[in-house]
Design a protein around this ligand. Structure first.
Ligand code: PXP
Length: 253
């Protein structure tokens, strides 16, 4: 199948804030990282304002809205507080994620099917305010159908299980997860949803996901920020971009 379009890269800057918050000061500044990522070719910036504010702060979101030239993808849990904040800032995109205080990172996708009515009502004002609403879900037909029914325009497929299987050397499981992601990307696209993907992606795992023609955006954070320690933020982003572009050209996968 022919690629459907350019694959966008959203750089998640949460972990610049994690390092800043380790000392409670102002450095390193996530806004500076966001501007640098933008200059290095990021098509968007992603930031997750968690309920416990463990990395990104309210002031960071305010600053990002002021300084960014590329779209902000504002990740948040489906709480009243976050809805108020999103409606105040009206970011380009809002990505609804599940959130548990005790988790180290977003562990799974949102259970849309179980909360369909509440979520339909929850995202309606966000859509009316002009935000593109994305729902972070597992590659599961039930969740995709529910996301479609509640009126989301975008789904983001959770690639964590695929990446974990790769890093743990469970190659059969990795390949099965990858196949499922590809099938579910095609299914979601057939329903008219825009498909994004992310979580845990690295230089080693990005290409099979980037090669799925229905996937239009990847959101990648932890690995890029970690890699920036060794090669600098711009080169780390350039290499991710290069791998994504190569995967998009079938002969180079
Ligand atoms: N997409 C979503 C919805 C996420 O919650 C996260 C993690 O905050 C990412 C992408 C990026 O994941 P990672 O930091 O592992 O690249």
């Amino acid at each position: 199948m022919k690629p459907l379009g350019i694959l966008r890269l959203g750089v998640n800057i949460d972990h610049v804030a994690t390092v800043r918050n380790a000392r409670g000061g102002a450095y390193p500044d996530p806004l500076r990282a966001a501007k640098l990522a933008e200059e290095a070719g990021a098509d968007g910036i992603t930031a997750h304002l968690r309920e416990d504010r463990r990395h990104i702060s309210d002031a960071d979101i305010e600053g990002l809205m002021d300084v960014l030239s590329v779209p902000l993808n504002f990740e948040m849990a489906a709480t009243e507080e976050m809805q108020r904040i999103a409606l105040r800032h009206k970011p380009h995109a809002v990505c609804i994620v599940p959130e548990k205080r005790e988790e180290r990172t977003t562990e799974g996708g949102l259970e849309v099917a179980r909360e369909e009515n509440r979520l339909a009502g929850y995202i309606a004002p966000l859509r009316e305010a002009g935000c593109r609403v994305s729902i972070f879900i597992a590659a599961d037909a039930r969740q995709i159908e529910a996301a479609h029914r509640i009126g989301a325009e975008v789904i983001e497929l959770h690639t964590g299980a695929y990446c974990d299987a790769h890093s743990e050397g469970r190659l059969d499981a990795r390949d099965a997860e990858c196949k499922r992601l590809g099938e579910m990307a095609a299914y979601a696209h057939s329903l008219g949803l825009e498909v994004h993907a992310g979580h845990g992606l690295t230089y080693d795992t990005v290409q099979p996901i980037a090669a799925f023609p229905e996937v239009m955006e990847l959101n990648i954070g932890h690995f890029i920020i970690g890699e920036a320690i060794f090669r600098g933020l711009s080169p780390a982003i350039h290499e991710m971009r290069r791998l994504m572009d190569a995967a998009r050209t079938p002969a180079m996968v």
